[in-house]
Design a protein around this ligand. Structure first.
Ligand code: F6P
Length: 327
């Protein structure tokens, strides 16, 4: 079987061990795994890893287990989202006689795979690669656990300086549609406050909590803010808190793309390897139009239609847990 593989959208730590697993699982079946560089855009441009039509071999992916970034490169392709773009993609897939395509990425990547499946006769399986953990059809996305670790390391450092200066930091983390990164980072690093789009951000309530913390003798405060919070992020929240009498001196830190980098955490390597192998098995069982995921410890295939229909909401119970333990 000739399998094309691409990474699309924002990169996520774990995409590389996923590719390694796909190549090695494919080799056992006698497959030819061809890397398509720069996601769907690279597909349209016939941009293949290692030159035209050269398969990736098992040695090419040596050492990818612990390598961050995307070996195949990533991109967001506007062209692919048009009808003409998809016609061109089919042209390329047929020109090079691909039997199947594996796409690793987030909601945009999987929506693209769903649309491509309507016009191309080959098999398509998606894999959940995004730090945001905002996908339906899997409990965790590849990259999420590393991004939590990166966020926790950053907050631990900020806590040191917040403690030295008796001040408050508002740390904005990624997660456009899902507050999971924020809640997990906040809980794991002992933050006092977290704001996400899943719960209302009410400035007067936050000021009341800050006054209580102050009266209890708390000297430093860390609030984690999800970039997708309905208030618009850490900066507008800080400005409103200032205007409404926050008792702490405040600074904002926006972690941004630092969360997408770094060596993948063990949990992401394991998930990526399981799902990479499972996706290749699924192709050999004739499956198509689905995403490989893991739900309650079971590897699962969910129709792409059902995956891209919405986003997974963040876990509100973690916000409540943070409230319970911050005094
Ligand atoms: O989808 C992953 C993600 O990292 C989001 O958390 C973030 O909002 C977005 O990508 C940033 O995308 P870009 O790198 O295109 O600005």
């Amino acid at each position: 079987m000739k399998i094309g593989v691409l990474c699309s959208g924002g990169d996520a730590p774990g995409m590389n061990p996923c590719l390694r697993a796909i190549v090695r699982a494919g080799e056992k079946y006698g497959d030819q795994v061809v890397g398509i560089r720069h996601g769907y855009e690279g597909l349209l441009n016939e941009e293949f890893w290692g030159g035209e039509d050269r398969a990736i071999n098992v040695r090419d992916v040596s050492g990818l287990t612990n390598r961050g970034g995307a070996f195949l490169n990533c991109s967001r392709s506007k062209r692919f989202s048009t009808d003409e773009g998809r016609v061109r993609a089919v042209e390329v897939l047929e020109k090079y006689r691909f039997d199947a395509l594996l796409t690793i990425g987030g909601n945009g990547t999987l929506s693209g795979a769903r649309d491509l499946a309507t016009v191309w006769k080959g098999q398509i399986i998606g894999l959940p690669g995004t730090i945001d953990n905002d996908l339906l059809g899997t409990d965790m996305t590849i990259g999420f656990q590393t991004a939590i670790q990166t966020g926790v390391e950053a907050v631990d450092k900020l806590r040191d300086t917040a403690g030295s200066h008796d001040m408050m930091f508002l740390v904005e983390v990624m997660g456009r549609y899902c507050g999971d990164l924020a809640t997990h980072i906040a809980l794991a690093s002992g933050c006092e406050l977290v704001e996400t789009r899943e719960t209302p951000t009410v400035i007067s309530d936050i000021v009341a909590k800050l006054n209580r913390f102050k009266s209890l003798g708390k000297r430093s405060i860390i609030m984690v803010v999800a970039e997708g919070d309905e208030f618009g992020g850490a900066v507008p929240i800080m400005e409103e808190l200032r205007a409404n009498g926050s008792p702490y001196e405040m600074r904002t830190v926006i972690l941004g793309h630092v969360q997408r980098g770094g060596t993948p955490a063990p949990g992401d390597r394991i998930l990526a390897t399981k799902l990479g192998c499972y996706a290749v098995d699924a192709l050999h069982q004739g499956e198509t139009g689905k995403m490989a995921g893991e739900i309650a410890g079971q590897l699962t295939l969910t129709p792409l239609e059902e995956v891209v229909v919405g986003r997974r909401d963040g876990a509100v119970e973690l916000t409540k847990l943070i409230e319970r333990v911050s005094v």
